[in-house]
Design a protein around this ligand. Structure first.
Ligand code: NDP
Length: 237
C-alpha cells in the first residue's frame, strides 16, 4: 500500500479506489478526511488535489443511498434493520442516518463492532440507533421498513450462503437490500422476495459509488447506464 500511494504521487494520478484490506490502512496517508470518512473510519476513495494533498472520502454508503433513490425507495423517516457492522455496514449506517433515517437497529455477531457502530450513529446523527447481538437465528424487529444484508454472507464462492435470519419476520411492504453483488440475485434476496418484500440488489450500490468517484476525480458525470449494463452482463455470465 505504501508503495502504491507513492506511485499515485509519482504518476500524478487524480486518485484511486480502494478495497479491503486497504480502506483502513490508507488513513495514515490522508491529509484530510470527509466528515463521512471520519465517522466511518475508512476510506474507499482517494482524491489527489491540485496542491498534491490526499483527500479521503468514503462513497460506499453514498452509493447505497443513491441506489435506493434510483429505485424510488425513501430513507427519510424510515426504520432500518442493518445486518453486519463491518466496513460496508458502517458506511451504509452512517449515510442512511445522515439521509434522515428515523431509527437503525444494528444486528451483528461481534458485539464490539456492533455496539461501536450504533454509538457512532447515535452520537453523530439525528437517528436513533441500537445494537442487538446476533446469536442464533435473528428476528427482524417489528416496524422495520428497510432490511439490509451488509454482511459478506452469500458472496461467491459462498453463493448458497444466506444470513441466519427468521424469514417469517420479513413482511410484505419491507424493502430488502443486499450489498453482495456477486451473484446479483442472492439467496437472501430470493427468500425475502418469497415473503413479499421488495428487493434491491448490490449492483446499484457498486455502480453508484463508482459514479460518485468518477465525478470527484474528473468533475464529469459518469456514464452510469453504460457502467450498470456492462457490470450486469458481466455478472450474469
Ligand atoms: P467486513 O469484513 O468489514 O465485514 C464483514 C461483516 O460480515 C461483519 O459484520 C461480520 O460480522 C459479518 N459476517 C461475516 N460472516 C458472517 C456470518 N456467517 N454470519 C453473520 N455475519 C457475518 O467486510 P465488508 O463490510 O467490507 O464487506 C461486506 C460485504 O459487502 C462483502 O460481500 C462486500 O463484497 C460487500 N460490499 C459491497 C459493495 C457494493 O458496492 N455493493 C461495497 C463494499 C462492500 P462480525 O463482525 O460478527 O465478524
Amino acid at each position: 500500500l505504501d508503495a502504491a500511494m507513492a506511485g499515485v504521487r509519482a504518476f500524478n494520478m487524480r486518485g484511486v479506489n480502494l478495497t479491503m484490506p486497504h480502506k483502513i490502512n490508507v488513513l495514515k496517508h490522508m491529509d484530510e478526511l470527509s466528515e463521512a470518512a471520519r465517522l466511518i473510519g475508512a476510506v474507499n476513495t482517494v482524491v489527489r488535489r491540485e496542491d498534491g494533498s490526499f483527500f479521503g472520502e468514503n462513497t460506499d454508503g453514498k452509493g447505497f443511498v443513491r441506489s435506493l433513490r434510483d429505485e424510488r425507495a425513501a430513507i427519510a423517516g424510515k426504520s432500518i434493520c442493518l445486518l453486519g457492522a463491518g466496513g460496508a455496514a458502517r458506511s451504509i449506517g452512517v449515510e442512511c442516518a445522515l439521509a434522515g433515517a428515523k431509527a437503525i437497529t444494528v444486528v451483528n455477531r461481534n458485539a464490539d463492532r456492533g455496539a461501536s457502530l450504533a454509538k457512532v450513529i447515535a452520537e453523530n446523527t439525528a437517528a436513533d440507533a441500537v445494537f442487538v447481538p446476533w446469536a442464533g437465528t435473528a428476528r427482524i424487529p417489528e416496524g422495520t421498513d428497510i432490511l439490509i444484508n451488509a454482511t459478506c454472507v452469500g458472496l461467491a464462492p459462498d453463493s448458497d450462503g444466506c444470513p441466519d435470519i427468521d424469514f417469517d419476520s420479513v413482511r410484505p411492504g419491507m424493502t430488502a437490500c443486499d450489498v453482495v453483488f456477486n451473484p446479483v440475485d442472492t439467496r437472501f434476496l430470493a427468500n425475502a422476495r418469497a415473503r413479499g418484500a421488495r428487493t434491491i440488489d448490490g449492483l446499484g450500490m457498486l455502480v453508484n459509488q463508482g459514479c460518485i468517484n468518477f465525478k470527484l476525480w474528473t468533475g464529469v458525470e459518469a456514464p452510469r447506464d453504460v457502467m450498470y449494463a456492462k457490470l450486469k452482463a458481466e455478472f450474469e455470465q
